[in-house]
Ligand binder design. Structure first.
Ligand SMILES: [Fe+2]
Ligand SMILES: [Fe+2]
Length: 136
């Protein structure tokens, strides 16, 4: 099974805290794929909850820094975060109701696609602002 592989060049925008938090999210996605692939329901739930908590903490951190630094796209960025967390909660409910490895993997792949898309487009847009404000 192919896991996510993110190289330093792809993930590093030059704002250290957020670069590290993004890497941690990718690591947890990899762990989640391994748990699902191993058909380990208990581990899948445990890693999923850790991933969800990590994502919520990361979003709170970004939103705090965006708010404090007067980032002009704050509102639209926050609404993307809220949509992602809603999707996470819907997927969580599915994991509780259905035991289907292929479907679980499909849903996690979809979540990964949406999350990585957010990081590589929406997050990438705040990096010049953060660097300009001296946030590193
Ligand atoms: Fe982010
Ligand atoms: Fe973000």
């Amino acid at each position: 099974m192919a896991n996510f592989v993110w190289t330093d060049q792809q993930i590093t925008f030059g704002v250290r805290d957020f670069d590290e938090e993004h890497q941690e999210l990718v690591n947890l996605l990899n762990d989640l794929c391994v748990a699902i692939d191993g058909d380990d329901a208990e581990k899948t739930r445990k890693v999923y909850d850790a991933f969800r908590d990590c994502m919520a903490d990361h979003f709170n951190h970004e939103e705090q820094v965006m708010r404090d630094s007067g980032y002009p796209e704050f509102e639209t960025h926050c609404s993307e975060h809220a949509n992602l967390l809603r999707e996470m909660d819907e997927t969580s409910q599915h994991l509780d109701r259905v035991r289907d490895k292929a479907l679980d993997m499909f849903l996690i792949n979809h979540l990964s696609y949406v999350l990585l898309g957010h990081i590589l487009t929406t997050d990438a847009r705040y990096m010049p602002h953060f660097r300009e404000m001296g946030i590193a």
